[in-house]
Design a protein around this ligand. Structure first.
Ligand SMILES: Nc1ncnc2c1ncn2[C@@H]1O[C@H](COP(=O)(O)OP(=O)(O)OP(=O)(O)O)[C@@H](O)[C@H]1O
Length: 748
């Protein structure tokens, strides 16, 4: 290390040490504030206690944020032409005199750290990346942007992409990391794009779509904190493993109150985990199901053609076709949801029945009060109740769908063809069975819209709760103004924390339990996989249409997924959405991309693969074996990455067999999706499960079969070939697809 570098490091170390000192002071101070509030104990009035809890919640959240930024607290420095200097980090810090010590990476003044170039330096002369381990500064990399103003020594140390390449070359841990220190200019533009409207981010594999979407969530929460903390941010990923893969990123950026979910989890109380056959998924995902569900609901409102007799102890009541029709058309005309329209239907029939009963009782001149009393008596008669329930039953979405899927007759009435009926037909759920699939969830959601709440009582309670909430907010506003906290805390959030006797719920937690929650912003990742029905469920959750949609049309694997963004979004937005493209592949080395781009031509001749940012010098290879079950294990064993991750991607029909073979021969190998697959040194999975993930090394098994196994075979193979950050191999038994002839043949 040269003397000047050592001097630089020592200077930076001093500054960084002071930042950590300040961080420690703030942690101690906030902890003290929290303890002070908690020490007041559960005494005082209900009001005092609830105020105490509100402050405790706020201090606890602030403390969590201060602890979240321990690693690489400060990672950058900007030197400006006017000699000012800013340090950039994970959060903003000031000293007690309000002097800025550290700038939050999301603040507008930090933007040149990501955007300045020698051609457009934005007033910056030097951008410095600081590398730290723990609290120790281990190195610096400089980008010198004002080339004219450089000394000879500075020119010699010009090192543009060192920080990025160092980050990309690191071994994978099974969890996505944040990239605040090395966000690239094209990514930064997307991250800081305005909140309103729908932004579609299209980009090939490894271009950072996922990581950019997550940083955008952190940026939006910082910039529009009040609006978004109240309404919440929802991030939708393709499956639970993927959600697990990305879940660390936002907390590492100090943001914990974001809901990460999959489409299969969007309906509270249901986990869509069962696998559908591709055929069933296509039927369930089709927009035609809107009509099918509507007809299924209408069929449950169908009244009998023949008159109905209701036998009571003293007499028998009769309902004829005309009465049914009149009651039904009144209910339908009310335009209420099924469960609410039931009240209209029932009222009409009960009035008719009450008049009949009055005649039977010889009391045809009843006054209003007597009439109402008799009607109530009849309503509670078991035969009457049973008859009304049969005619127009209360229905939950689950009951409606179970009723539909378990009866070909009902499916036919709802408009499904015989082939579609065969694809969807099911046995009723057994106790404890995971009956629902991810594709069912949007259908449950659709049904919930048409069926409405189960009863008026529930609705009344909800209205009452809303009124109470508004009262609490009004009170909270007064308290905040009196205590001078109005500028740092929102009255609505404060009010929510005021409910001392209830458990404090974050916005994300409240939103997760409420099907009708309207989010402030929704981010959809791997968005190409969503079916038409899934889009409806997602759009329903974002009435303001403030969304970020990221994906790659070329990687669509689901047969119900998208072939074009325009077609998917048109029903909701016409052409009111903006598109940004990412064009650089940060994951897959050039050697591997060369192979993958040949496969991309099979997906679509006009599609262009993203440019790889780096080369590794390692050639991808192919090996022919005779017996996969016997030969796969040893090949996998040879490829294991010390301290890193290897995945074996297999045709989905072979997952169980080959997974067992590898597990028997390679210690620590696991099969299938799930959290274990992320942590294991070796995992075996299908393309669908590997989507969105990345590994140090990838072995693709039987590519020919992957190509043939689904209608989106070429996309699947493209996805499989682009998961590796370093090494790629292919193992096959029969022949190698023509598009893979670029691979180096390697003998066993
Ligand atoms: N600016 C950056 N600095 C450091 N690493 C980056 C940067 N941009 C992307 N990466 C890394 O590149 C890899 C790919 O990113 P990501 O998974 O977000 O890509 P993607 O576009 O979602 O890929 P795919 O479509 O294949 O799922 C990740 O390891 C990510 O951390």
């Amino acid at each position: 290390m040269s003397e000047s570098t050592a001097g630089e490091l020592a200077r930076e170390q001093k500054y960084v040490a002071a930042l950590y000192e300040r961080l420690d002071v703030l942690r101690v101070r906030t902890r003290g504030q929290l303890d002070g509030v908690l020490a007041q104990g559960a005494t005082g009035t209900h009001q005092n206690r609830s105020e105490r809890d509100s402050f405790a919640g706020m201090y606890a959240q602030r403390l969590a944020r201060l602890w979240a930024v321990e690693n690489s607290l400060c990672f950058g420095r900007l030197d400006h032409a006017d000699e000012t200097r800013l340090y950039i980090g994970r959060l903003g810090l000031s000293d007690d005199d309000q002097q800025r010590l550290l700038i939050d990476w999301r603040a507008p003044v930090a933007q040149p750290f990501y955007r300045a170039t020698p051609a457009a330096p934005m007033g910056v002369t030097r951008r410095r990346h600081l590398h730290t381990r723990g609290r120790v500064v281990t190195g610096v990399d400089d980008d010198l942007l004002d080339l004219d103003g450089l000394s000879e020594a500075d020119r010699a140390s010009l090192n543009g992409e060192a920080a990025l390449l160092a980050a990309l070359g690191e071994k994978r841990t099974g969890r996505m990391r944040d990239i605040v220190a090395t966000i690239q200019s094209e990514q930064d533009k997307i991250i800081r794009s305005e909140l309103n409207g729908v932004l579609v981010v299209q980009g090939g594999p490894g271009t950072g779509k996922t990581v950019v979407a997550l940083h955008r969530a952190a940026y939006l929460l910082y910039t529009y904190r009040e609006r978004l903390e109240r309404r919440g941010v929802l991030i939708i990923g393709p499956n639970p493993t993927f959600v697990r893969y990305i879940e660390q990123v936002l907390p590492s950026l100090g943001e914990t109150d974001v809901l990460l979910s999959t489409v299969g989890e969007l309906y509270p109380g249901v986990k869509g985990t069962r696998q559908d056959t591709p055929g069933a998924a296509v039927v369930k995902g089709s927009i035609r199901m809107v009509d099918v569900i509507a007809r299924a609901v209408r069929e449950r409102q169908r009244v009998p053609r023949k008159p109905l007799e209701i036998k009571l102890d003293k007499f028998t009541l009769k309902l004829d076709r005309q009465t049914f029709d009149a009651a039904r058309s009144r209910a339908v005309r009310s335009r209420k949801a099924h469960n609410q329209a039931r009240a209209v239907f029932v009222r009409h029939l009960l009035n008719v029945l009450t008049r009949q009963a009055a005649r039977h009782l010889g009391r045809s001149m009843l006054d209003d009060a007597d009439f109402a009393e008799l009607r109530e008596d009849l309503r509670t008669e078991e035969p009457v109740r049973a008859a009304l329930n049969r005619l127009w039953p209360y229905l939950t979405p689950q009951q409606l769908l179970i009723g539909l899927y378990t009866s070909k007759e009902r499916m036919a009435e709802a408009g499904l063809s015989p082939e579609e009926q065969t694809l969807l037909l099911r046995e009723p759920p057994r106790p404890g069975e995971s009956w629902w699939s991810a594709a069912d969830v949007p259908l449950l959601d659709e049904a919930a819209e048409l069926l409405g709440e189960i009863d008026e009582g529930v609705l009344r309670a909800a209205r009452r709760a809303e009124q109470e909430r508004e009262d609490r907010i009004a009170y909270a506003r007064e308290v905040l103004e009196l205590t001078g906290m109005a500028d740092i805390m929102d009255a609505e959030r404060f009010a929510e924390r005021q409910q001392a006797d209830e458990v404090y719920l974050t916005t994300a937690e409240r939103a997760a339990g409420d099907r009708t929650w309207a989010y402030g912003h929704v981010i959809v990742d791997e968005a190409q996989e969503l079916s038409e029905m899934a889009w409806r469920a997602v759009m329903r959750r974002c009435p303001t249409r403030s969304m970020t949609i990221v994906g790659d049309i070329a990687q669509t694997g689901s047969a119900a997924g998208a072939a074009s963004w325009g077609r998917v979004l048109e029903p909701y937005l016409q052409d009111r959405w903006r598109e940004a493209a990412l064009s650089v592949n940060y994951r897959t080395p050039a050697e591997l991309m060369e192979v993958a781009s040949r496969v991309l031509e099979l997906v679509g001749p006009d599609l262009k693969a993203p440019e790889s940012v780096r080369e590794t010098g390692e050639r991808p290879w192919a090996t022919r074996v005779d017996d996969l079950a016997a030969d796969l294990g040893p090949v996998v064993q040879d490829e294991v990455v010390e301290g890193g991750r290897l995945v074996v991607i297999v045709p989905s029909s072979e997952e169980a067999r080959l997974g067992a073979a590898v597990a028997a021969q390679v210690p620590g190998a696991v099969t299938g999706a799930g959290p274990a697959a992320l942590d294991a040194p070796v995992s075996v999975m299908s393309v669908a499960d590997a989507k969105g993930l990345e590994f140090d090394a990838v072995i693709v098994v039987e590519p020919e079969r992957i190509l043939r196994e689904s209608s989106r075979g070429p996309s699947d193979l493209y996805v499989a070939l682009t998961r590796a950050t370093r090494r790629l191999g292919v193992i096959y038994t029969g022949g190698l697809p023509a598009v893979l002839t670029l691979l180096d043949q390697r003998a066993r």
